[in-house]
Ligand binder design. Structure first.
Ligand SMILES: [Zn+2]
Ligand SMILES: [Zn+2]
Length: 390
């Protein structure tokens, strides 16, 4: 117990240090250096990792099953507005999504697992991943090949809408697939007084914006969550000129791969069809982000039992149409079961808010939960077929 108290104190120090020095995606040099230094000082085996700002370590021996634990380390381009004594010292950069919490939580989980290393009937690999907020960090980590042996992947996220001491667990869909789009409509510029001599892209963009709403309201099954937001609409720069072109941007969020593909296809048809009807050219740029995130039912049951055994309250978390690149580890090229656990870190501000805070007292219990869950899964592997996300 004494030992745990000193580890919890040490952990608070890492958390505050990382919070003070936030780093954006793929620039997590200091954070990764701190993780490496602490893990090495505790005698934990680091695996060579090709990512300059990624850290991977392994605990346990032998040919038993391998469990993967993942934390993300990057911050956001937000000016912090909290009064924390350890608030960000980097102007315009802040840990507003709790990735400092995730990093510190996984560091202590590694140390707890390392203390029990000789009793583990398998191995645990811990992945400290860069660049979650710019959605390519998980893919970078997967491309190193280091995640290949992991049969299961576990991850955690701060959650301001639950109090410390509570965790949110939900089976099935928890986060959405994220697609980003940009549509450029090109017509012909003209004097505002001579619209017949030009091809005005503005009414075309307006029509497309409204027609896209019907992809959700008229073309999607009402029981299937599909969300489409046009968030940026721009054309022209003055009152008496019809512009040559204009553009719109936005995002599509879905939970089911078939709906994702079908809506994307309809989206293209609507944009092209309306543009063509008005004699304008249409160029669509589609950027596919991470797939939807599905929690394995058996893992949820296990995590719930382990959490309750540790005296944590468990609540069923709501599904979110936000995205999270942890889903990449559970999807192609290898499908594997996983769980994404929400750790109650208190509010009142939502993540990505300049006043977002994560209660440090939730840190150590989160580490114990992750370590105990990994141990439980090594000692009593899941049985039954994987519940496939789709
Ligand atoms: Zn975030
Ligand atoms: Zn996050």
């Amino acid at each position: 117990m004494k030992q745990n108290e000193s580890l919890a104190r040490e952990q608070r120090g890492w958390f505050e240090a990382i919070h003070r020095h936030p780093e954006l995606g793929n620039e997590e040099f200091e954070t990764a250096a701190l993780v490496r230094q602490v893990l090495t000082a505790h005698g934990i085996r680091l695996l060579p990792c090709a990512l300059p700002t990624g850290v991977v370590c392994e605990i346990g021996h032998g040919d038993g099953p391998v469990i993967g634990l993942r934390a993300d380390m990057d911050a956001l381009p937000i000016q912090e507005e909290t009064d924390l004594p350890y608030r960000s010292e980097v102007p315009g950069c802040m840990h507003a999504c709790g990735h400092d919490f995730h990093t510190a939580a996984l560091m202590a989980a590694a140390i707890l697992l390392h203390e029990a290393e000789d009793t583990l009937p398998g191995r645990v690999r811990l992945f400290f991943q860069p660049a979650e907020e710019i959605t390519d960090g998980a893919l970078q980590m997967i491309r190193t090949g280091l995640t290949d042996p992991a049969e299961l992947m576990l991850s955690l996220h701060t959650y301001p809408f639950l109090e410390p001491g509570t965790v949110g667990i939900r089976e099935g869909a928890v986060m959405a697939a994220v697609d980003q789009f940009k549509v450029t409509v090109t017509g012909r510029g003209a004097h505002a007084a001579s619209p017949h001599l030009g091809l005005d892209p503005i009414p075309v963009l307006a029509e497309i914006t409204l027609a896209l709403q019907t992809l959700v309201s008229r073309r999607s099954d009402p029981f299937d969550q599909v969300l489409l937001s046009v968030t940026h609409l721009e054309a022209g720069n003055t009152w008496n000129v019809i512009p040559e072109r204009g553009e719109l941007e936005g995002t599509l969020r879905t939970l089911v791969p078939e709906s994702r593909a079908a809506t994307r296809e309809r989206f293209h048809r609507v944009c092209r069809g309306i543009s063509e009807a008005h004699g304008c050219a249409c160029e669509i740029t589609w950027m596919a982000g991470p797939p939807a995130l599905y929690n394995d039912v058996r893992l949820c049951e296990r995590a719930k039992a382990v959490a309750e055994g540790l005296g944590l309250r468990v609540e069923r978390q709501p599904c979110s149409m936000g995205g999270e690149d942890f889903s990449e580890y559970l999807d192609a090229p290898r499908k594997r079961p996983g769980i994404f656990i929400r750790i109650g870190t208190g509010g009142p501000y939502a993540s990505h808010h300049p006043r977002f805070t994560a209660a440090p007292e939730a840190l150590f219990p989160a580490s114990v939960l992750m370590a105990e869950l990994a141990k439980s899964l090594l000692n009593n592997p899941l049985t039954g077929g994987a519940n496939d996300a789709d």
